[in-house]
Design a protein around this ligand. Sequence first.
Ligand SMILES: Cc1cc2nc3c(=O)[nH]c(=O)nc-3n(C[C@H](O)[C@H](O)[C@H](O)COP(=O)(O)O)c2cc1C
Length: 391
Amino acid sequence: MQPPAPTLQRRHFFIAAGPALLAGTPWLGACQPAAGGETYAEAAARIRRPGLPPGAATHVAAVAAPGRTVPPELKPELVHELVRLATLAASSHNTQCWRFAVEGQGITILPDLSRRCPAVDPDDHHLFVSLGCAAENLAHAALAHGLQTELRFDPQRDAVQLALAPAAARRTALFDAIATRQCTRGDYDGQALAPAELALLESAGSAGGVRVLMLTARSAVDRVLEAVVQGNTAQMADLAFMRELQSWIRFNGAQALRSGDGLFSVASGQPEVPGWLGGLAFRWLFTPQDENDKLVRQMRSSAGVAVFVGPVADKAHWVDVGRAYERFALQATALGIRHAFVNQPVEVAALRPVLAAALGLGGLRPDLVLRFGRGPALPPSLRRPVQAVLA
Ligand SMILES: Cc1cc2nc3c(=O)[nH]c(=O)nc-3n(C[C@H](O)[C@H](O)[C@H](O)COP(=O)(O)O)c2cc1C
């Protein structure tokens, strides 16, 4: 099948709402203070403040020292900071489907099953990938604070246990990228990346048996695009998928500030609108053709596509896939490279083998698909307060 000619990404629907909506000043609108007095921009800056001030010595010395044999005393302030940085990770639909508990010598990340998305993610693949994303951030943050991490998946509780032990504090470029990493769902500049940049991304995304296929040839990108368009078309015809997606969309800054989660329209490059109008626009104006056209345009504006493939399709390995993606995304951010998921062909179960065959993956399950390239940033997404995710 030839991908259709270019214009609405399924998670970016307002483009079809036309000039009347687009005439607004979406990002400025999003800056209006909510009831508590904080604007969206202020909340985003507070939530996404950098982990440590540039050049700062860590405050770890008081918490852990290399050579100590006793378990680190995880002081509440340090736990709070590590969890804050962990929650800046990606999660499907920005559900933030995690809870954090201080246990024994470290921090355990538990799935928050009340935040499952059964329509888009019936087997909880994305949920466990999201836990892996948070675990990866936590490991970089812990190291910057003088704690090294040993990760283990506990199949009894489906939990990710991070044992923390004193080590020399190391502040990495990936750590510094945690606060600014974002999924950037805009158009990119169409320019290729340098081979050295591609090599760094590939190496960041491959570990623990997870492979990342870096596709940059037009023909290879178009093969994936074809599956993305088929997946989007199938999803938009699926009432349960559309209902669930709408329930996670925050149509304006006030809604996003109230919930601290979900997909804020402005962070997806769309204007904000009143809640009542958002719901109507979503149902009436969000069409498969417009969305497919936009996917074509955006993928063709990208420098390439990355496909993550884990060695085994189970929860423990989905966590590893999440870690690999998060490392890739932090590395990309450190290099000034943007990325956005186009997961449609891995979310529609019938399309997974089609994509696998097109990429020569044999019986392996393709886990995640994203596009990358250079382009302008979009407003960042929000997070719920740390207190809300502490178990
Ligand atoms: C497993 C997983 C699947 C995702 N799938 C998609 C997707 O198909 N399309 C998309 O636009 N974003 C997708 N996202 C990105 C999330 O929507 C995003 O991480 C979340 O909204 C928070 O925004 P941020 O990553 O910019 O901080 C996915 C994220 C994860 C972890």
